[in-house]
Design a protein around this ligand. Structure first.
Ligand code: SF4
Length: 233
């Protein structure tokens, strides 16, 4: 006789309340949390996000301030030789791969999507050089959708705060989506990123200034990290 199927236990109200409390404090600590890449439409954020791989947002912004004057639509990136685009994005590093990815992405946008950035997550994630994380960032921050984008910061902070036990980005996304009301997904992503970038850093978390230290049981937590009031950076 086959073994009965194990149903995944639903989350307790206590777990959801805890996640809500953590996010409320992080939202208060980082009221300006947002994508730090500069853009004026979904296509620009798409290109900026591709350029941001292994590069700081500040450097990407320096490059895109002039890049976006020269290239306004996917067709513009296809009109220039690959070498020219490489030179235009060189300061962001890995410029050969990035130039190839941008042109391949733009080719598919033109050939299959009429030159428009698709607003459906799987379609956007299917573009060359664009994965689920990038697609979620673009739709969440430039297309008014609610998305959870699992980058290195979201992954680390979520694990340290016990919001997930997984290392797998898809699984982490699912765990967070069950804990957080959908109308707060994008905002939650941005505050988790800010917390990871400015306080709960990978190598040296600033637990003494952490607004959720009393809710953190991470082995990475440093002694003395118990600030609950005014702990914003
Ligand atoms: S107490 Fe430290 S390890 Fe825990 S969430 Fe805060 S900064 Fe991160």
């Amino acid at each position: 006789m086959p073994a009965p199927r194990q149903e995944k236990p639903s989350l307790s109200q206590a777990e959801k309340d805890r996640a809500t409390a953590i996010l409320a404090r992080l939202e208060a600590a980082y009221p300006d949390a947002r994508v730090e890449l500069e853009f004026s439409n979904p296509f620009e954020l798409l290109v900026a996000t591709i350029l941001a791989a292994q590069c700081t947002d500040r450097r990407v912004n320096q490059v895109t301030r002039t890049l976006f004057q020269k290239y306004r639509a996917p067709e513009d990136y296809l009109r220039v030789p690959l070498r020219e685009l490489e030179e235009d994005i060189r300061p962001t590093g890995f410029f050969r791969n990035k130039a190839k990815a941008i042109q391949a992405c733009c080719r598919k946008l033109v050939e299959e999507f009429g030159g428009q950035v698709p607003t459906e997550l799987d379609a956007l994630a299917s573009l060359p050089g664009v994965g689920r994380k990038t697609a979620s960032i673009v739709l969440g921050n430039a297309a008014g959708q609610q998305t959870i984008a699992v980058d290195t910061h979201v992954k680390r902070v979520s694990r340290r705060l016990g919001l997930t036990a997984s290392n797998n980005p898809l699984r982490i996304e699912r765990d967070l989506s069950e804990l957080i009301p959908k109308d707060r997904w994008t905002r939650a992503t941005n505050v988790l990123v800010f917390h990871g970038r400015y306080t709960c850093k990978a190598r040296n978390p600033d637990c003494g200034r952490c607004p959720v230290a009393d809710l953190c049981s991470s082995p990475d937590k440093k002694p003395g990290g118990s600030v609950t009031e005014g702990g914003s950076p």
